[in-house]
Design a protein. Structure first.
Length: 608
C-alpha cells in the first residue's frame, strides 16, 4: 500500500519500484526502421490521409457557404425560392460527393495499413524468435520462460498498434490541426485568436500526460511480465503443487502479483480519467468563448452567420484531434515501453558465436580430446578443474561420480553449449572454437534422462520437422530401437497425436522415442546422459537392446549413476569435485580399490 504521507498525485502516478528495462537507444526510431521496406505503401497511405483530411476540412465550408448564400442571402422575391432550392441541392450533392470520397480514401488506407502492419509484426516476431534461438544456454538458465513468452506475444502485439494505427493517425491529426488553424486565421483572424486561447493549457496538459504515461506503461509491461512468468512456472509445476498441497500458498502468490498488475492498470485508468476530461473541458471553454464572440460579431454585422457556424464546427474539430493525439500518445507510450523490452532482449549478445572463418571438416570421425580444461558457469566457481582425456573414434567412455562432480558439464561442453575459461576441447584435432556450432551439433546425438516430447504426432517428434528424414527412415529407426513395439499398438500408429510433453506415454516409451529420434538423425557421436534412469520394467529389456543398436559404430559418451549399466564401457572415468580421480576399465578400477570400488560396493549393498 502507498504511504499515507504521499500526495494523491504521487499515489496515482508515482513509481513504487524501478522498471526492469534499461534500454539506452531510441526505441521509436528503431521501430520506424522496420517501415523502410514498406515506405512506398506508407507514403500512399499518407497521401490518402492528407486528401481525406482536406475533404473533411472542406465539409463545414460547404455548409457555411450554403447558409450565407442560400439561407441568409439577399434575393429578390420572385427568384428566392427557386434559386435557393437549386443552390441547396447543389451544396447537398457536393456534400454527398465529399462523403463518398472520404469513405473510399479511408477504406483503402485502412486496408493497406492493417495489411502492412501485420507483415511488419510477422517479420519482427520471426526475427525475435530467431534471435532467441541463437542465444546461449546460459541465457535460458537465468531467464524465466514466462518473460520470453511475454516478449514474443504481448509486447510484439503492443508494438503492432504503432504500424497499423498510430503513425498515420498522428500524421492525420497534425495535418488536421494545422489545416484548421490556417483556415480559421484566413476566415477571421480575430475569431481565430479567440479560438486559440485554450491551446497553451492543452499543450501543458499533454506534456504532463506524456511523461506520466511513459512511466505508467513501463510499469504495466513489467507487472504483466512478472504475472506471465509466474503462470508459466506454476502451470508447468502444477503436479508438485498438488502433491505437496500448496494450492493455497500459490493462490496467495498469484493474487499478490495479480493485485500488482491491477494497481498499475488502475493507475493507467486514472491517468486517462483525469487528463481526457481536462482536455474536453478546455474544448468546451473554447467553444463558449467562440459562441460569445461570434454572437457579438453577428449582431454587429462584422461576422456572417455561416462564418460563425464554420467556427463553431472548427473549434469542436480543433480540440478533437488534440484529444485524439493525447490518446494516441498513450498508445504510443505503451508501444514504446513494449519495444524497449523487445529491443533489450534483441540486443542480448550470444555468449557463444561462430568463428568468422570456420574450419570445415569434410567428415567428423568422432575423436574428442580435452586438454587441461577449466570451466565455471559463473565467475571463478570452477565446476571442472584441469580436466584432460582423449576419446578415440568408436570408443565407448563412461563418466561416473557423485552429484556435482562435473559429469553433465563435460557433455554440455562437447556440444559447445557453454565455452570454457581455460584449456582446449578438440574434435578430430580441431579446436571446437574454430568449428561452427551447426557442424558440431549435427555430428552429436544426445539422449537425456528427461526426454522432451513436443505437441504433434509420433512422426513429427522423431524427425523434428526435418523433411529430409523420410517416413520409411522413421519406421526403420523405430524398429531398430524397439520403439515400433508400442507405436504400432497405438490406434493411429505413427500418426498418433501427442499431447504436450508426451504426458500420455510412460517414461520408457518416451525414452524409446528419444532413441528413435537420435538414430534417425544418424550422429557420429552419441551422448547418453542418464538415459536408462527411471525406466519401467516393461520396456527395460527393449531399452537395453536399443542402446546396443544406438552405440554400434559410434563414439559413445555415457553418464550413469547405475554402475551396472556402464560396465561394458571400454574406459570409465571417475570424476570427483571437478577433477579426474581414476580411469580404467570396470575390472581395473575395482582392482585399484579407490572411489569407483566404493561406489560399486555401496550400490551392490543397496540392491541386496
Amino acid at each position: 500500500m502507498a504511504s499515507p504521507k504521499r500526495g494523491l498525485f504521487s499515489r496515482l502516478f508515482g513509481s513504487d519500484e524501478p522498471s526492469d528495462v534499461h534500454y539506452e537507444g531510441n526505441a521509436l526510431l528503431r521501430m520506424l526502421s522496420y517501415v523502410k521496406p514498406y515506405r512506398g505503401t506508407f507514403a500512399l497511405c499518407m497521401a490518402l490521409v492528407l486528401a481525406a483530411t482536406l475533404l473533411d476540412l472542406y465539409r463545414p465550408l460547404l455548409i457555411g457557404d450554403a447558409i450565407d448564400l442560400y439561407i441568409t442571402g439577399n434575393y429578390a422575391p420572385g427568384e428566392m425560392v427557386a434559386q435557393r432550392f437549386t443552390g441547396v441541392l447543389i451544396a447537398a450533392a457536393k456534400y454527398l460527393a465529399v462523403l463518398g470520397a472520404l469513405f473510399i480514401f479511408n477504406r483503402i488506407q485502412y486496408l493497406l495499413l492493417q495489411t502492412t502492419g501485420q507483415k511488419i509484426i510477422y517479420e519482427m516476431r520471426n526475427q525475435l524468435f530467431e534471435h532467441i534461438e541463437s542465444l546461449s544456454m546460459r541465457f535460458f538458465d537465468l531467464t524465466p520462460v514466462g518473460k520470453i513468452v511475454t516478449r514474443v506475444t504481448n509486447d510484439v502485439e503492443s508494438v503492432n498498434e504503432l504500424y497499423s494505427n498510430i503513425l498515420v493517425r498522428l500524421f492525420k491529426n497534425i495535418v488536421r490541426i494545422i489545416g484548421l488553424a490556417v483556415i480559421m486565421l484566413a476566415l477571421d483572424w480575430r475569431m481565430a485568436l479567440f479560438s486559440f486561447i485554450m491551446v497553451p493549457v492543452v499543450t501543458v496538459l499533454t506534456v504532463i500526460f506524456r511523461n506520466i504515461a511513459h512511466k505508467t506503461f513501463q510499469m504495466t509491461r513489467t507487472r504483466l511480465t512478472a504475472l506471465n512468468t509466474f503462470l508459466s512456472e506454476n502451470l508447468s509445476g502444477m503436479k508438485i503443487t498438488q502433491i505437496f498441497h500448496r494450492e493455497d500458498v500459490k493462490h496467495r502468490e498469484f493474487r499478490e502479483k495479480s493485485e500488482e498488475l491491477y494497481r498499475v492498470n488502475y493507475r493507467e485508468i486514472m491517468v486517462n480519467a483525469i487528463f481526457r476530461p481536462s482536455i474536453y473541458m478546455a474544448s468546451v471553454i473554447a467553444l463558449i468563448i467562440v459562441i460569445a464572440a461570434g454572437s457579438l460579431g453577428v449582431q454587429s454585422g462584422a461576422l456572417t452567420l455561416g462564418t460563425m457556424y464554420i467556427f463553431i464546427q472548427y473549434i469542436q474539430s480543433f480540440f478533437e484531434p488534440i484529444q485524439e493525439l493525447t490518446d494516441q500518445l498513450a498508445t504510443l507510450q505503451s508501444a514504446i515501453a513494449a519495444a524497449e523490452k523487445i529491443f533489450t532482449l534483441m540486443d542480448v549478445k550470444p555468449m557463444i558465436e561462430d568463428p568468422k572463418d570456420p574450419v570445415i571438416l569434410p567428415e567428423i570421425r568422432g575423436r574428442i580430446e580435452f586438454k587441461n580444461v577449466w570451466f565455471a558457469y559463473s565467475d571463478e566457481d570452477y565446476v571442472l578443474k584441469d580436466v584432460s582425456f582423449v576419446i578415440e573414434p568408436g570408443e565407448k567412455i563412461a563418466f561416473v561420480g557423485a552429484t556435482g562432480a562435473g559429469k553433465s558439464s563435460i557433455l554440455n561442453l562437447i556440444g559447445r553449449y557453454y565455452d570454457i575459461q581455460k584449456g582446449e576441447i578438440l574434435i578430430d584435432g580441431v579446436n571446437i572454437r574454430d568449428l561452427t556450432r551447426s557442424q558440431i551439433r549435427s555430428a552429436i546425438g544426445q539422449v537425456q534422462q528427461d526426454v522432451f516430447i513436443f505437441t504433434g504426432d509420433i512422426k513429427s517428434n522423431i524427425r523434428l520437422r526435418n523433411e529430409e528424414i523420410s517416413t520409411r527412415a522413421i519406421r526403420e529407426a523405430s524398429r531398430q530401437v524397439n520403439a515400433n513395439k508400442f507405436i504400432e499398438r497405438l490406434p493411429d500408429g505413427y500418426d498418433e497425436p501427442v499431447s504436450e510433453r508426451g504426458s500420455t506415454f510412460s517414461a520408457g516409451q518416451r525414452q524409446l522415442l528419444s532413441f528413435a529420434r537420435t538414430l534417425a538423425f544418424d550422429p557420429v557421436i552419441l551422448i547418453l546422459d542418464e538415459a536408462t534412469a527411471n525406466i519401467d520394467t516393461e520396456t527395460e529389456q527393449w531399452i537395453q537392446e536399443a542402446l546396443a543398436t544406438l552405440m554400434k559404430g559410434r563414439t559413445t559418451i555415457m553418464v550413469a549413476h547405475r554402475l551396472s549399466t556402464i560396465q561394458h564401457a571400454s574406459k570409465i572415468i571417475v570424476m570427483h569435485h571437478g577433477r579426474i580421480r581414476e580411469s580404467g576399465t570396470h575390472q581395473e578400477l575395482l582392482e585399484q580399490g579407490g572411489i569407483y570400488k566404493k561406489l560399486y560396493e555401496l550400490q551392490k549393498s543397496d540392491q541386496a
